[in-house]
Design a protein around this ligand. Structure first.
Ligand SMILES: NC(=O)N[C@@H](CC(=O)O)C(=O)O
Ligand SMILES: [Zn+2]
Ligand SMILES: [Zn+2]
Length: 349
């Protein structure tokens, strides 16, 4: 006889990859993440980007001001790595506790990445300093070479960029963000204690057909772009394995609908309102609800050398969970990710 679980209490999750944006957009989306998550790694790809410790301090203050009163949400700040980044500014920001990681965007790889790195030799000093102090480098792992097929850009990045950087910088701690391929999963698995990967909710449920078959669906377009079904299955297997290097980073990336539904639409899926319900559905289907807490609440803090949250949340299973099709923001409406199937796991208030 199989026992059906319809109630699950776990440590409060964290989101290890989140875009909160700024201004009117942030005011609308920050409460959506604060509702379910205790902490989040805040991506620095604003325009202009969060480059210095002073930028991060000011951005952190704006985030805290945008949170609902009484919210216990803690933004974990990151610095955007540029070829001009000063290793000492990074080290000071880490020592003071202001900054939890540094983010590497290859120039041109994704939304707001124009100030990213072109010549990896020019950031060697920063990476060496980070290895010394144990500060993690979060990586958008795609090459930008126009010759490389967009579906191959993650696998090629690992071989041509990530592995050489790691060889040249022993001890550098790396998070391969929003991993989307079986190659990425295998690389992280074989990579030892200094590498981990975030996995998004949306990459656990969509493959490239969702974007392109039967009509083009801009709300499923994000970077790295969703790959073939075999890759999605590898991501589900990794996430639900409970293995320590894999943890949730939603990459919730809001864009106003008018910027998504355009001849050249932006990359990013807005998943903050329903990411946990999506992830719970995936774990249930895989028969892995007993490993949900590892993925959402334990493996991330362990890699970042932070204590797991003491608070708990309870998920209950029942009638389909309502969530809005879009939320209104001062920057225009933002469509909420639709996994294409009903969600039954609700996070209790
Ligand atoms: N994931 C995305 O498709 N978009 C992100 C950037 C990123 O995380 O690459 C964004 O900032 O919109
Ligand atoms: Zn990215
Ligand atoms: Zn992102």
């Amino acid at each position: 006889m199989t026992e059906t679980i319809d109630r699950l209490t776990i440590r409060r999750p964290d989101d290890w990859h989140l875009h909160l944006r700024d201004g009117a957009m942030m005011a609308a989306v920050a409460p959506e993440s604060a509702r379910h998550f205790a902490r989040a790694i805040i991506m620095p790809n604003l325009v202009p980007p969060v480059v210095t410790a002073a930028d991060a301090e000011a951005y952190r203050a704006r985030i805290l001001a945008a949170l609902p009163p009484g919210s216990g949400f803690t933004p974990l700040m990151t610095l955007y790595l540029t070829e001009e980044t000063d290793p000492e500014d990074v080290a000071r920001a880490a020592a003071s506790g202001l900054v939890t990681a540094v983010k590497l965007y290859p120039a041109g790889a994704t939304t707001n990445s124009a100030s990213g790195v072109r010549d990896f030799d020019r950031v060697r000093g920063v990476l060496e300093r980070m290895a010394e102090i144990g500060l993690p480098l979060c990586v958008h792992g795609e090459v930008t070479d126009a010759e490389v097929d967009i579906f191959d850009r993650e696998a090629v990045f690992i071989e041509r960029v990530l592995e050489p950087i790691r060889r040249a910088t022993p001890g550098l701690r790396v998070v391969l963000e929003h991993v989307t391929t079986a190659e990425g999963v295998a690389y992280v698995r074989a990579g030892g204690a200094d590498i981990a990967a975030t996995i998004t909710a949306h990459h656990l449920v969509i493959n490239r057909n969702h974007i392109l078959a039967g009509g083009i669906r801009p709300h499923y377009y994000c970077l790295p772009v969703a790959k073939r079904e075999t890759h999605r299955l590898a991501l589900v297997e990794a996430a639900t394995s409970g293995e320590s290097p894999f943890f949730l980073g939603t990459d919730s990336a809001p864009h106003p609908d008018q910027a998504k539904l355009a001849p050249c639409g932006c990359a990013g899926c807005f998943t903050a309102p329903n990411a946990l319900s999506v992830v719970a559905e995936v774990f249930e289907a895989a028969g892995a609800l007993d490993r949900l807490e590892a993925f959402t609440s334990l493996n991330g803090p362990a890699f970042y050398r932070l204590p797991p949250n003491e608070a708990r949340i309870t998920l209950t299973k029942g009638a389909p969970v309502p969530y809005p099709a879009r939320i209104e923001t001062g920057a225009g409406p933002v469509t909420v990710f639709d996994p294409g199937f009903p969600l039954h796991w609700r996070v209790e208030a």
